[in-house]
Design a protein around this ligand. Sequence first.
Ligand code: ZN
Length: 292
Amino acid sequence: MKKWLLLLSALLCLPALAAPLPVAASFSILGDLVQNVGGERIQLVTLVGPEQDAHIFQPTPADVQKLGGTRLFFINGLGFEGWQKRLQQASNYRGKVITVTQGISPLAMKDEQHGHSLDPHAWQDPVRVQQMVKNIAEALSTADPAGAADYQARAASYSKKIDQLMAWAQQEVASVPPGKRVVLTSHDAFAYLGQRFGIRLISPQGVSTESEASAKDVARLIRQMKKEGIRALFMENISNPKLIEQIARETGTQPGAKLYSDALSRDAATGNYLGMYRHNIGALVAGMKENK
Ligand SMILES: [Zn+2]
């Protein structure tokens, strides 16, 4: 009898004893999604960390090594990680690359000057994130079939939280009169959010933080803000604040709370996707209510 009990307890402990699946995620927001689905069955490394800009990331030899040891490499795709192929080559990558935006309908970029024509910032739409979560669960289940039920359950429970976030965000935005739903941000990272919630977005910088706004564009924006009475103006955690500060000075406005566009924060409250999104919606709504 005792032998049986020992054997049983050994069997029950097996999943916990199995080595976690080593996976990588390209940037902090995606890393959080992967971690939520993977739970304790995965060992995650995230390449572009909180408060860092993935548009201009330069992988180091340490990054090459980090990626090399993983079996799955989760990327956003849509041209976001311009450095991804070089990094894979440098680390002689043998794992599988998973593009989490597979199957979502991407938005086109406003200007086509940058060589690629799709807007990468799809995580700014919680509905599209639902598809990403599904893709993550599928990829993990394929790589680690013993954990499939666990991944699906975790994905389903996380997906419910995204539904709740959506319902809350819709209510919040609905409290702003439609005519006031316009916002100025430093780089064009919120088109998906704007489309989902019916918010008009303007920005002096293009879709990538690599581009620079021309003096003419900035002057035009300042005229537009004055004419339309736009007072909702925001800086982002990854962008240089100078331009927004200049526009704020020249239009006599006060920038709202910092928005998280392409990276999580290091603070606990905005250090995860759900918290980051709540913060952004709260800040945007407060800002839009100041519009005339
Ligand atoms: Zn961006």
